[in-house]
Ligand binder design. Structure first.
Ligand code: ZN
Length: 188
């Protein structure tokens, strides 16, 4: 566990400790809001550099799923000196819009802010492969999959975070009478 990185994330308000009500109805003692990292671009740049250091690929294009992956993907593409595009849902289907395209045989890095089930990442991998391009690797700031996700290719995450969740009637934080907080728009 990268203690310095955790401190950085806490100071940015991206990683909070307390007693949280998640949209799933479950409770947790930790809450991660990746968007808070990019609220401060200079500090985000420093954090992204740590992720770049894990990547040793010749990449033509970074592709990220909207919305979560966009700012991280943009920063990574800048650091890797390559192209950046994003995919987004149209009628529920992940697709390239806005004139974004991939040419055959491009070497691609797929980027997401937080990987939990890996669903969006898989959809983006499929888009890339449908364009006859190669996904070299997947990169994320946070891996919350508890080692459950296998993309069948290298997966680099700066931080592995296992956030325990509790059923309300079995929550030790409720039993300790800690006030319950409902955080922002997106719980992960
Ligand atoms: Zn609770």
């Amino acid at each position: 566990m990268n203690k310095q990185l955790i401190k950085q994330l806490e100071s940015l308000g991206a990683l909070k400790t307390g007693h949280f009500l998640l949209t799933s109805g479950l409770h947790s003692a930790q809450y991660m809001q990746c968007a808070a990292v990019f609220e401060h671009p200079r500090q985000a740049e420093q954090i992204v550099k740590q992720l770049v250091a894990l990547l040793n690929y010749k990449i033509d294009t970074v592709v990220a799923p909207a919305i979560g992956g966009i700012t991280l993907g943009y920063e990574l593409a800048k650091a890797l000196d390559c192209r950046f595009i994003f995919a987004e849902r149209e009628n529920g289907v992940m697709t390239l819009r806005r004139g974004f395209t991939l040419s055959a045989n491009e070497q691609v890095l797929v980027v997401e802010d937080v990987v939990t089930t890996g669903g969006s990442v898989r959809e983006v991998i499929k888009i890339v492969e449908d364009h006859d391009c190669t996904v070299q690797a997947v990169a994320a700031l946070v891996d919350r999959s508890k080692g459950q996700v296998d993309f069948d290719m290298p997966f680099h995450a700066l931080l592995k975070l296992d956030i325990e969740v509790y059923q309300p009637d079995q929550c030790p934080l409720c039993q300790a009478d800690l006030p319950l907080v409902k955080p922002g728009s997106r719980q992960i």
